[in-house]
Design a protein around this ligand. Sequence first.
Ligand code: SF4
Length: 326
Amino acid sequence: MKEKMLTGFRPTGKLHLGHLHGNINNMIKNQKNYENFFFLVDWHALSTEYQNPKNIKTDLMECVADLVALGIDPEFTHLYRQSDIPQISELTLYFSMITPIPWLERCPTYKEQISELKSKDLSTLGFLSYPVLMAADILIVNSDIIPVGEDQLPHLEITREIARRFNYLYGKYFTEPKEMLSKATRVPGIDGRKMSKSYNNAIFLADDFETIRRKVRMMITDPGRVYLKDPGHPEVCNVFDFYKIYKEEGIEEIENRCKQGKIGCTECKDEISAIIYKSLEKFQEKRNEIKKDLNYVYDILEEGKIKVRKIADRIISDVRKKMGID
Ligand code: SF4
C-alpha cells in the first residue's frame, strides 16, 4: 500500500509561475509514488473572503483546469473540493471539542495574518479555528505525509497535537502526519517582491507571449548598469533569477555576457521571455482544450468527491464510535 500524501490548495483563480515552482512541480514529480489527495480549500478561502465570496467558485474551476493541464493526473491523484466532503466539517466539530483555545492563539501565522490583512475583519471564530479545520482536512483521510514550506510547520504541529490528544482520550486511531519539507523555489514577481496575485506582480501561466514580454520588460535589473558596455552584476538582477530557474545549462554564458557588458538588458529580457513562454506552450494548448468542455473538470471533481467521501465515511464512523456517539 502506498503512503497517503495530501496537499490543500487555495483557489485563487489563474495560477502563476510562483505556484508552479513553489509546490505544483514537486507534486507532479511525486504523484506516482504516493496515493495523493489534492483538494481545493474553498472553506479556508471563506475564512478570509467571507465578505465577498462570489469569486471563490469561478476561481476554483480555473484552478482545477490549470492543475489538470499541468499534469495533475486524476488516475494517481484524488482531486476534490473541500466543501464536497461534509465529513470534514463534522470532524472539525469533534476536534473543536478537544482543542484548547491557547493552541490556536499562539499559532504564529494567526497574528501575522491579522496584521498583514488589515483591510479585512478577521476577528472571527472561523479564522481563529483555521488550524482545527486543517487538522480535519488531513486526518479525515489519515494522511501520512504533508508537503509543507517551513512557514506552515506550526499548523502541522497543531494537527499532530490534536491527533495525539484524540488518541490519548479515546484510544489510538489517528496517524501523526509527517512533513515533507518541499524545496520550493522562490519566484520573484516583476517588482522583485514574492510573486503574488494580490501584489499585482505575477506572470500567469495563461499569459500570451506579448504579455509575458511586456511584464518581463518592466523588471528591475542591475541599477548600476547604465550603458550596454557597463559590466553587469547578475547576482542583483531580478531577470537573472529567472535564468536560474529556467536555464539549467548554459547559464554561465548569459552570466558572462552580462558581466562583460556584451548583452543589453532588453535583449536579455526578451530571451528569457521567449524561454518562459516556450515552457508554457503545451500547458496553454491543453488548458484551452479543457476550457472548451468544463464538464470534464466537473467530472474529475465528482469522481474525487465519490472516492474521498467513501474513505471519510469510514473514518467518521470510527470516530463516532470512539467518542461514544454512534
Ligand atoms: Fe540582468 Fe540580463 Fe541586464 Fe545582466 S544583462 S543586468 S542579467 S537583465
